[in-house]
Write a protein that binds this ligand. Structure first.
Ligand SMILES: [Zn+2]
Length: 239
């Protein structure tokens, strides 16, 4: 059977580099759609959730987004550094995003821990799935700014803390992510029609109930809340 480590290397080799070329100086909105960033945020939120579950199991309070999860289990494991990563996966030389590279290092290290058959690692074997999916789908342009992980999706705290508490699992299947993107496109179309003065009504793609737009004026401009009439259903803010 192919080792986890080998599979991980293959996976990194297969990342489509094209989507990361010449985007470093572009504004976020020039690179990906609002819907894609919403799907990215779902993947990151699911990674945070999985990390919290592992931290709770290990009786630890928090971990940085940059910390490798194998270190949570084996604090003294020798890390895979960026130089070694670029030797193993030279295709990443063309992607100059530091956080993306660090996540790939941590992923490789996690997979080599899986190859030792470590039972705790095996229990949480797919902890990196959301982040690898994020990178594969082109959402790996993330950076650290002060205490936050930032990207076109907005910001997450850089520290992943168990005080986030138990959260419900996010569906990160391709189908669910595509649905997230469609929902945002649908809401954007509604907002566009609304701004043009059209009186069309749009219904929620999740439940079929009516969507409503609330206009909010603030000193810095106008923003809109688009939400479903059903409680705890669709609810997102737009500009
Ligand atoms: Zn709904």
């Amino acid at each position: 059977m192919e080792s986890y480590y080998k599979k991980a290397i293959n996976r990194i080799h297969n990342i489509n580099i094209e989507q990361y070329l010449n985007i470093a100086n572009k504004r976020y909105e020039e690179v990906r759609s609002r819907g894609e960033y919403t799907a990215d945020a779902t993947l990151i939120a699911e990674y945070y959730r999985r990390v919290v579950v592992l931290l709770q199991f290990m009786s630890k309070d928090s971990a940085s987004i940059l910390m490798g999860m194998s270190k949570v289990i084996h604090p003294h494991n020798e890390p895979i550094d960026i130089d070694r990563l670029l030797d193993i996966c030279p295709n990443l030389k063309e992607i100059d995003f530091m956080i993306l590279r660090i996540i790939c290092c941590n992923y490789l290290q996690w997979c080599s821990l899986l190859d030792t058959g470590n039972p705790i690692a095996m229990k949480y074997h797919d902890i990196y799935e959301p982040m690898m999916k994020l990178i594969e789908r082109g959402g790996g342009r993330i950076s650290i700014h002060h205490h936050e992980l930032v990207g076109g999706f907005g910001a997450f705290s850089r520290s992943i803390s168990t005080s986030r508490g138990d959260m419900e699992e996010f569906d990160i299947s391709d189908r669910a992510l595509e649905r997230r993107i469609k929902e945002v496109e649908h809401a954007e179309a509604y907002l566009k029609a609304y701004k043009l003065g059209a009186s069309d009504t749009y219904t929620c793609l999740r439940c079929g109930n009516k969507l409503i737009i609330q206009e909010n004026k603030e000193r810095c401009g106008v923003w809109y809340k688009i939400k479903c009439e059903t409680k705890h259903c669709y609810d997102q803010n737009f500009h």
